[in-house]
Design a protein around this ligand. Structure first.
Ligand code: SF4
Ligand code: SF4
Length: 440
């Protein structure tokens, strides 16, 4: 195995050229925003507004429920039209608040003002980040303040800025690094201060030379290292990234903090800059709207709650041969059944495949070729796991360590039978966790 990489992985068609050269465009406000409450791992926040209420941008609209939860804020000023159940990008119908913009985009009092944050200590920084509703914006949506609060017996000595963006098609992080490097690095400096960490590494795959060139001076000005990584999927998965950068192995069932490392997506670092320096809660994010099924692929700065339909319309609409819409990338994303699903804090991309491209995701029986075993970066046996999961034998999937699956989709990518492995493994993991919860 070469240094700077990891065992397994695949080389999918990256298709980054579709949107990678397109600078970030700010989307105009749509006619309505659908803001789901479930946007973070952990407990969803509970609404504090009702139908008919007027809201300002950044105003609290749902309050957190416990430590592993974050507040939710109005993405613009306007009126609450409804609180009801709407399509959610996870593939279910879930409660959301609908806001009709008044067009003024007026911030709530006290927000959107520059602050001199130099005096903020670690606890105050964690508080600002929690109150701004920050979650991991690479897709995991884990509350950032929780990640910044490791237990005392798990000290962190390395902070990694994850700019690998290894998922095919997606270029939102790429554009952010190329266009706003100083802001990303300042946001990371607040994380480093909250953790008391000096060793900060910016990790970017080599297929983004302009992002590496932009990040290097900004990072090095603060004494942070920039590492250009081999292009192999899933280079940006936390365990694989940590091993490639430090040689440390996160133990099975463990977390990066077990080996003294904390990983933050570069988009989350940018959101931290906005929260700490500009006193802006998280109300918008960069989304890559791309694929051969969309007329004009772009990277757009969209408000949270913008529907996929509105985002795609801003990019010229669907092409005639559009066959499948995915929330996220084609390896780890979720197929969408409605264009009314909205952009959430964890939505890094909307990928539209053509009908021809989408066919490869149908599935046949396993022919025991063994390719998936060679591709799995977690050293699992995806073939056996998928057969057990298909037969609903979830205890056996647990015995074969399905809970260690990082849902990277490498096995499905190399499978000549086009088996929907990640779908099977998500189902198995959910069933095992349900059983574990019942047993407590
Ligand atoms: S079994 Fe899980 S971790 Fe292994 S390749 Fe498949 S999706 Fe990735
Ligand atoms: S790659 Fe597909 S067909 Fe081959 S062993 Fe794995 S699951 Fe079976």
């Amino acid at each position: 195995m070469k240094s700077g990489t990891f065992f397994g992985g695949v080389h999918p068609r990256y298709e980054k050229d579709l949107a990678g050269g397109r600078p970030i465009e700010t989307m105009p406000l749509p006619a309505r925003l659908v803001v789901p409450f479930a946007q973070n791992l952990g407990a969803a926040p509970k609404p504090v507004v009702k139908k008919g209420d007027e809201v300002k941008r950044g105003q609290l609209i749902a309050e957190p429920q416990g430590f592993v939860s974050v507040p939710l804020h109005a993405p613009t000023s306007g009126v609450v039209q409804a609180i009801d159940v709407f399509p959610h990008p996870v593939g279910a119908d879930l409660p959301a608040v609908v806001i009709v913009p008044d067009g003024k985009d007026e911030w709530a009092p006290g927000l959107n003002v520059e602050r001199d944050a130099g005096d903020l200590g670690a606890d105050a920084l964690r508080g600002v980040i929690r109150d701004a509703g920050l979650v991991g914006m690479g897709g995991a949506a884990f509350p950032t303040h929780v990640k910044l609060s490791p237990p005392k017996d798990k000290p962190i000595d390395v902070l990694v800025l994850n700019g690998a963006e290894c998922e095919p098609y997606l270029t939102a992080d790429h554009r952010l690094m190329a266009e706003r490097p100083a802001e990303i690095v300042e946001g990371a400096s607040w994380f480093a201060k909250a953790l008391g960490v000096e060793n900060v590494i910016v990790a970017v795959e080599k297929n983004k030379p302009d992002a590496i060139a932009a990040m290097r001076p900004a990072a090095e000005a603060r004494g942070y290292a920039v590492r250009a990584l081999d292009v192999v999927y899933p280079q940006g998965a936390e365990r694989q990234l940590i091993f490639a950068l430090t040689g440390r192995r996160v133990p099975a069932g463990g977390l990066p903090m077990d080996v003294g490392v904390l990983v933050q997506n570069v988009g989350t670092c940018y959101a931290a800059f906005e929260a700490v320096r500009r006193n802006r809660p998280l109300t918008e994010r960069v989304v890559c709207v791309t694929g051969r099924g969309v007329a004009n692929p772009k990277n757009v700065l969209a408000r949270i709650g913008t529907t996929f339909g509105d985002a795609i319309a801003f990019c010229g609409g669907l092409r005639e041969d559009a066959g499948k819409i995915i929330g996220g990338g084609p390896m780890m994303g979720v197929a969408q059944y409605s264009l009314d699903a909205p952009v959430t804090k964890g939505t890094s991309g909307i990928v539209v495949l053509t009908r021809r491209e989408a066919v490869q995701y149908a599935g046949d029986p396993c022919i025991r070729c063994g390719r998936c075993l060679r591709a799995c970066p977690m050293l699992l046996n995806p073939s056996v796991l998928s057969v057990y999961a298909e037969r609903l034998r979830f205890d056996e999937t647990a015995a074969h360590h399905v809970l260690d699956c990082i849902e990277c989709g490498c096995c499905a990518y190399v499978c000549p039978s086009r088996r929907p492995m990640v779908h099977h493994f998500r189902r198995a993991k959910a069933e095992i966790r349900k059983k574990q919860a019942r047993a407590v």
